[in-house]
Design a protein around this ligand. Structure first.
Ligand code: ADP
Ligand code: MG
Length: 394
């Protein structure tokens, strides 16, 4: 896997028009106001560095899913305003992302100015990875910097296509992500412990398959735990169960024995009589008929916390229970606190896992919190990400 990509610091950018793919796909309220500008803030160091080195940054981003047509509500104007405030620099927002007018505007940019192009997904070729659209982007710049980790698992024109046509490098945000996952996946300090949870085992089996080859232990929680329990022949009541995955799970359990990776499953559970926030609950070791597991139990939390405390590298993806509901929060919270307190190098990825980190205020104790849910999962699967591949190796 390519963790050793060309880096922004090594790219000659002075006086160059530098296309920067950023991920400004920010959450917005009904009226279009930006409710969380984390992603805009995350791109600031790269943009500032380019300005300091005398480059002319030209930013490309998507927002939402306009599906290849112009959707007024998905224009990037509000994003441009917010970026200007954060940079304390004028941001020139254009209403297109390719073409002669865009090119002329870029060529007339003054020193210290930043240009933001329109939502790249207004073009149907973007998500198709259309080479012509990639060439039209490339015609606007002299260099390309990818700082959109959250889009790197997409072979889109503004992510992968354009990277092959210009001298290219990873921006600071992408570099940070790759360093973090590289540290987990290549020659980690041991023991390396993975914590995997979330809803569906089918989403996470490819991750398990890859991590079984690398980890000393995998701690399993969340809805996916019940398919593992079923594969071991244990009763799971009405818990989330993907019967069609049982065979694949067994194969992974067998493989784990060969690689010496210990796979831990919950030994007790918080079960509920229905899938509801106010369901009747109890703690059990064996799940009774008619009950469903919605969180790991107190014994399991203790066992997992001890594993995490003894680890030297920890990677966490997926909550341990239905943490959105208070009655089923404790598993995710206690495991999260153990990660926070662990002296290990700690990496968290996954949209809901990151939400749990902020809900329980654990961010300070984490070494790296990934900005890309889907992209980080694919890294953990051991896949090559198109956006990263396209940058080539150093
Ligand atoms: P991430 O976004 O961190 O990768 P996932 O999307 O895979 O995580 O899973 C998160 C979801 O899993 C949460 O909405 C949570 O409620 C759900 N979940 C966790 N445990 C269970 C469970 N025991 N039964 C059903 N759903 C669960
Ligand atoms: Mg999720």
């Amino acid at each position: 896997m390519a963790f050793d990509v060309p880096r922004l610091a090594d790219l000659d950018v002075e006086n160059q028009r530098v296309l920067v793919r950023v991920d400004f796909n920010v959450p917005r309220a009904e009226d279009g106001t930006i409710t969380d500008d984390t992603r805009i803030r995350a791109a600031v160091p790269t943009i500032q560095n380019l300005l300091e080195r005398g480059a002319r940054p030209v930013l490309l981003s998507h927002l939402g899913r306009p599906k290849g047509t112009v959707v007024e509500e998905l224009r990037l104007d509000a994003v441009g305003v917010r970026l200007g405030e954060l940079l304390e620099t004028p941001v020139r927002k254009l209403d297109e992302s390719v073409g002669d007018a865009v090119r002329a505007a870029i060529d007339s940019m003054g020193a210290g100015e930043v240009c933001l192009l329109e939502n790249v997904r207004f073009h149907p070729g973007e998500t198709k990875g259309d080479p012509e659209l990639a060439a039209a982007f490339a015609a606007l710049g002299d260099r390309f910097v990818n700082d959109a980790f959250g889009a790197c698992h997409r072979a889109h024109a503004s992510v992968a296509g354009v990277a092959r046509l210009l001298p290219a490098a990873a921006g600071f945000l992408l570099e940070k992500e790759l360093d973090a996952f590289g540290r987990v996946l290549t020659d980690p300090d041991r023991p390396l412990v993975a914590i995997l949870g979330g809803a569906k085992i089918s989403d996470k089996l490819p991750v398990i398959a890859n991590l079984v080859e690398r980890c000393d232990a995998i701690l399993i929680g969340g809805g996916m735990a019940y398919t593992l329990l079923a594969a071991r022949g244990e009763p799971t009541g009405t818990s989330l169960l993907q019967a069609d995955q049982v065979e694949a799970v067994r194969a992974n359990l067998e493989r784990a024995k060969e690689t010496g990776c210990r796979i831990l499953v919950p030994t007790d559970h918080v079960v509920a009589d229905s899938f509801a926030a106010d369901a009747k609950t109890q703690v059990v070791e064996v799940i009774p008929d008619g009950w469903m597991g919605l969180d790991i139990g107190p014994e399991t939390r203790k066992t997992y916390a001890a594993e995490i405390a003894a680890a030297r590298t920890v990677v966490w993806n997926g909550p341990m229970g239905v943490f959105e509901w208070e009655a089923f929060q404790a598993g995710t919270e206690e495991v999260g606190r153990a990660v926070e307190a662990s002296p290990a190098y700690t990496v968290v990825g996954g949209g809901d896992s990151v939400a749990a980190v902020s809900l329980f205020d654990l961010a300070d104790g984490m070494d790296h919190i990934s900005t890309g849910g889907g992209a980080s999962l694919e890294l953990l699967e051991g896949k090559d990400l198109p956006g990263i591949e396209a940058l080539g190796s150093r």
